[in-house]
Design a protein. Sequence first.
Length: 497
Amino acid sequence: MAVTNEQVKILMKELAKGAPLEAASAKAGMTRQTGAKYRRLGRLPSELSKPRDWRTREDPFEAVWGEVVQKLQEDEGLQAKTLFDWLDERYPGRFQPGQLRTLQRHVQRWRVLDGDGAKRELFFPQRHRAGEALQVDFTHTGALKLTLAGESYKPLLCHPVLPYSGWEWATVCQSESILALRDGIQEAVFRLGRVTEWVQTDNSTAATHRIGETDRKRPFNQEYVDLMDHLGMKPRTIAVGKKEQNGSVEARNGAFKRYLDQQLRLRGSRDFADESEFELWLGHMLDRANGRRAKRLREELAAMQPLAASRLPDFVVLRGVPVSSHATISVKENLYSVPPSLMGQQVEVRVYEKHLEVRYAGATLWSMPRLLGKSRHGINYRHVIWSLVRKPGAFARYPFREDLFPTLTFRRAYEALERHSAGIKADAAYLRILHLAASTMESEVDAALALLLEQGTVPLPDLVKELVNPEKPPIPNLAEPQVDLTAFDALLCEVAP
């Protein structure tokens, strides 16, 4: 039986006390000869063992290792599990699932000793200069599992950071647009009251144009250049595909969301009544976090230049936008409906980050949510129902028909009408219901439809109307009151000179 380190320690301890070798060896549970050996060596068994440089069993991959290396040389991105499956297909029954770990060790050793491990790019920590650059990035918040009034809420945040002091801010946006970038940068610099020399971003389309070659620098969008000129800063980007060059804000993205997650845990709820409540809470959390960076921030502000610019509006103005004969306008490659009274006219559109405003003759006539992406459409049924209810035959092939179901209840009502009387009769009945919603309150019509559907009743227009507009009680005839004006004559006499 092999002698352990503990046995030798006991032996040495007893010998140090002056015990005879035979007694000390017996106390340690070894023979006198073994005790004499370790007394002479003065070392523990673990210090005497030599690393094994031979295999205890045959290498199952020795015969095919050349094939594996050839595959790795062709594509070092191949994983050991993929290679194991490939070998299993080439040599059915030759390898066992438990041998995967052996292949993984072989592949790892090859990557370090023979692969491109020695050629890997090193990342060097950098010392940031106070006031040099404001780094800006967009970050998603899905992992925070936020809700608004119980509904899932995953806002995108524009996140500017001062790398030297760690000061940061964040604004809620719905896309990585120039408007979102403008709002985020302006919010940061106007809170600071000073500007850095540079604003550093990645190569997002908000700041730069896309070009065909992905390994070349992209030129800045003119709108972004104008923003930098206005604020008195200079734009710069990281190299294409080199997000680590924006390392401070990239690192802060994760740390910032972990901080928010902890604060949400303390809050005891991830639900907010509306977006305004979330933005208020977010600003409070940012103020609290930035309060701990006050000393470094004072140093950084001292190295920055005063902000001399006025704040740009948070919208872009599009003038002379034509209204089609379908009462629609095209804005940023998306289609929106407008009131039909504007057909044939040209309108001014103010494009905000989250909504549009349609203006005519200096007045705002309509506001609607802004659509994300391209080739989408937002048709409001209130704009088209007045004509469509008179032409129910147009409903079946109307290209934007899906926009004319404002809620799921309206969709279910239409399906019930189709089962009752398909074709144009069902279309005409539904359009009358939609007309009622536009003429009264959509919520009341929705509630009436839900009640009828729950009862198993076909939601015919007249039934819905009875629920929405119940019969009004008659107005009683009241006798006309007689007014005595002589009292006023008396008052006039009192104030006369």
